[in-house]
Design a protein around this ligand. Sequence first.
Ligand code: ZN
Ligand code: MN
Length: 482
Amino acid sequence: MPELETIIGLEVHAQMNTKTKMFCGCDNDAFGKQPNTTVCPICMGHPGTLPVPNREAIMKAIKASLALRCTVNRENHFDRKHYFYPDLPAGFQISQYDFPLASKGIVRYELHESSGKTASRHKCNITRLHMENDAGKLTHRGKKTLCDYNRAGTPLMEIVTEPDLRSADEASAFAQELRRILIAVDASEADMFKGMMRFDASISLREKGTKKLNPRSEIKNLNSFKALEKALQYEEKRLRKLWEQDGGPLKCDITVGWLDEEEKTRLLREKETADDYRYFPEPDIPPMVLDERMIEEIRATLPMLPEEQKAQYLALGLDEKQADQLIDQPRLRAIFDAVHKKTGDAKRTSSIVLTQLLGFLNTHGRPVEEGPDATAILALIRKIDDGTISANAAKDVLGKMVETGKAPAAIIEEEGMQQISDDSAIQELVSQAIAANPQAIESFKNGKEAALGAIVGWVMKESRGQADPKKVNEMLKQSIAQ
Ligand code: ZN
Ligand code: MN
């Protein structure tokens, strides 16, 4: 057996988060709506209707293309791609064939150890990004099939990679980075649970050191990172076994489906020739000529991309796992950024947001969305900074905020957690502490600085954490010196 190398390329379909569909004015958000209620004659493919390209979709697709470091093609056009299937009302999809919106990009991504540390850095070239419309959704029930066309006409970006990926892990890590980029530029919500991002993965083997691409197996319609990984792992093993049996690669390209429950692939078709979709230029939409200035204007609005975001968080002193947590959870990031902006202290911010807040959310089994928002956390921090509560007590308040959803002020009031900053009350406690800890006082007087900590601790305990430790410290030193 020669040493074999695995070659993987992906085609990714991502639904765009535009207000309306790709070629008509129908509501593009069909989530939770009755079947066939966000449709019109255009997206139902009625004869005599005219498609009008969605400007918002084009702008967002250009932004995504630039974020993927693609060249946006000044001249591109739409084509009809013909196939017959009940989820495609017009009998053709309006796509882009030989003149796509963008080509030749690159995505850098990392593989991680389980600790979150970067294990290796990689890049994957992007062949193209083009726009098209989504098909409807079929639900098979026994012998019957239900058709819902709400999704028909939703704008899609199809992103095709070069066969640059070498393992299931690489494919998954790349796909996750791609998702982060699409979310960062607000081109797609890329919500995997809602099927907003779907993958077709092509996999083949070749002898290490050779350059030729052998016939590949294409796994259709994977809609989670888990499915992408598992399907590729399964198919890779299967192709290796076949190579062993046959002494070589597949004889022709094949298409397979992934059976999620059985965790295996199933042959859909073998093909000697490429599918003939009878592409031709869409006669109802004139070619698009994009203005260079407009492209540059869009480039100027590009937000910070995940790669830079991560570098920035690492520079603040966060570890890789913390940085990834922030990048993958926009709401958590918003809280972190707001707190950091206010405090200017990354260490303090990460202790409050990434250690305490995430810890409490975990304990109570709540997603970040259901926990306190940035405003509530900032209100808590103000209570620490203005001396109302100690940092220690604040931790308890935060726990209660997660548990009850109440505002910090209300919790402090109800629980009587206000810090004692009244000097005479603290002085009283300090005097008691000195009387109660003669040995510690003795050691402190003999130069053992650490002994003071024990006495401060005693006061804090007596005051149930409500004394201001800074004040306690000062007053203790004064009293002992007298
Ligand atoms: Zn419509
Ligand atoms: Mn497509």
